[in-house]
Write a protein that binds this ligand. Sequence first.
Ligand code: PRP
Length: 183
Amino acid sequence: MLIRSPEQDIERILFTEKTIAARVEAIASDLVSRLNGSRPVMICVLKGAAFFYIDLCRCMNCAMDMDFISISSYGAGTRSTGIVRLIKDLDCNITDRDVIIVEDIIDSGLTIQYLKQLLSARNPKSITTVSFLDKCARHDSSLKTDLTGFDIPDEFVVGYGLDYANYYRNLPYIGILKPECYR
Ligand code: PRP
């Protein structure tokens, strides 16, 4: 692991703050129009989705409940361990509620698959999934979310909530990490 500074470690910026903000606004208005007046439970999948979730909720001009779930499958590596762990469950009851699962990225698709199974068993009225990024080449198309910010290639991305070994989550943009940092 080689961690220096963003100037040295980021190969290039994929999405700037401005591009991110414009896409988040568009997703927010799409979600609100799908809701048709219902008050959803917005679920943030910690930790990666934190920035996207907060920005998205702030842009949604409707009543909502906010809740948080913590899932992990990556540890300090660059590939999923294949084992999804529930670290913190929701606080609220989602039975008969319209639920919106907010993710930062779909990679192997294991986490979203696990979450949909876990939450469906609680009999919500509906589940809508939204992810800011999607590495579509890495998973089966059946695991695609209902709404996606951007489809991206299979590159290691950090920033706007996404980390490498907990580094770089707080970058305001999404950048591609140089392979020499994690090889
Ligand atoms: C990341 C990311 C997604 C998941 C996507 O979480 O935030 O939840 O991996 O990968 P998958 O589609 O292969 O399952 P991670 O386990 O790294 O935890 P973190 O959000 O706390 O960083």
